[in-house]
Design a protein around this ligand. Sequence first.
Ligand code: EPZ
Length: 431
Amino acid sequence: MQGHVKVSGAKNSALVIMAGTLLCSGDCHIRNVPLLADVERMGQVLSALGIRLTRNGDTLDINASEITTSKAPYELVTQLRASFFAIGPILARLGVAQMPLPGGCAIGARPVDLHVRGLQAMGAEVQIEHGICNAYVPGSSGRLKGAKIYLDSPSVGATETLMMAATLADGETIIENAAREPEVVDLANFCNAMGAKIQGAGTSTITIVGVPKLHSTEYNIIPDRIEAGTFLVAGAITRSEITLSSVCADHLFPVIAKLRDIGVRIIEEGSDCLRILPAESLKATDIETLPHPGFPTDMQAPFMALLTLAEGDSLINESVFENRLRHASELNRLGADIRVKGNAAFVRGVPMLSGAPVIGTDLRASAALVLAGLAAEGKTTFQGLHHLDRGYDRFDLKLQQLGARILRVSEASTNVELATSTNNSPASMTT
Ligand code: EPZ
């Protein structure tokens, strides 16, 4: 492969900033929004709440002056965990919210206890019945109160839910042990652009002083660091020279450091461009996923695909989610040598992978399997394209433009397959 990739806006910023527009009783223009099924779904959740929303290219025009109901639609919220984060803004605006529990998914149970306990600390009464989180703020004002909140673990979603709720609360809120992810900072910057008073985002202690109202604004979403990291791995695993633009290298520091650690050459060009150069060989390394600024759990699966071809033994420890190693068995179908024990994967490098039919189990596992298919000898058929379309903006098209032989079988069903091969073996796909 060879060429240039334009990285899209960050999925995990766009989704929570869309929820954040519920805090504003005016117009919000959000730019650099990626084209994703999850963004589409979040738009449906907002519309069901009475929000006016239109998409013009990569811009979303949202007006939340009228929230016509405090009850989010069950079937949409259970499909999109990020929509649960809207409980913070809805409660802050209306003093009442009925939010279905998001439920678990392929990578884990995905509880929301930290979100709930934080809202209770801010004065909300919360009962969970029949899979619905019923929250309301007692008292005549219906307004949440500022509180000092300690998060048992630096949960991204809980930090975001509580930070949004606190922007309209009465008084000051301090969130200790807060998540430090770039998407949390992006959300804080968006809220401050609406007139919120948030300080310390990006550190473990975030302070929010509540204000009565938030005003209209326009905002640009940051580039997607996980999409950028995925394309860096695509370049490394196929020994290609590719450039990525609109990338914030600081957001990718742990991934760039580990790629350099295994022998990949990455050059930072200008303020927002990265160039990856082919490496003669890849060395094994150990990875432990951690909250930011540690190695991101969302890059664990793509990086595992890369380490299957490194020289030597690598140890990967998935410490954030309890069930996020399921792609190992599918990578083994492509000829990898991976043994999983609990939350640890022992990856013994092999000289080559060979094409086979594989099935994606979640978003990042699916990306990992496509990347492995790019490097494999012969044809790989991948099933589970609906996972990819949730979180990667035109992933197969961007890879095709780099020269990968990858083909979406048909638009007939959402669960289509695609095959990948960069060598001259026939690329064919089946559904
Ligand atoms: C966000 O999920 C991201 N999603 C995830 O990206 C990402 O993997 C994750 O943060 C970690 O970085 C969005 O931003 C939409 P957490 P979130 O709360 O907020 C436990 C992707 O592929 N926990 O930081 O749900 C939880 O079980 C997705 O783009 C509680 O115990 O993640 C997990 O073990 C996948 N109680 C750990 O914390 C809670 O109340 C981290 O979860 C909340 C979380």
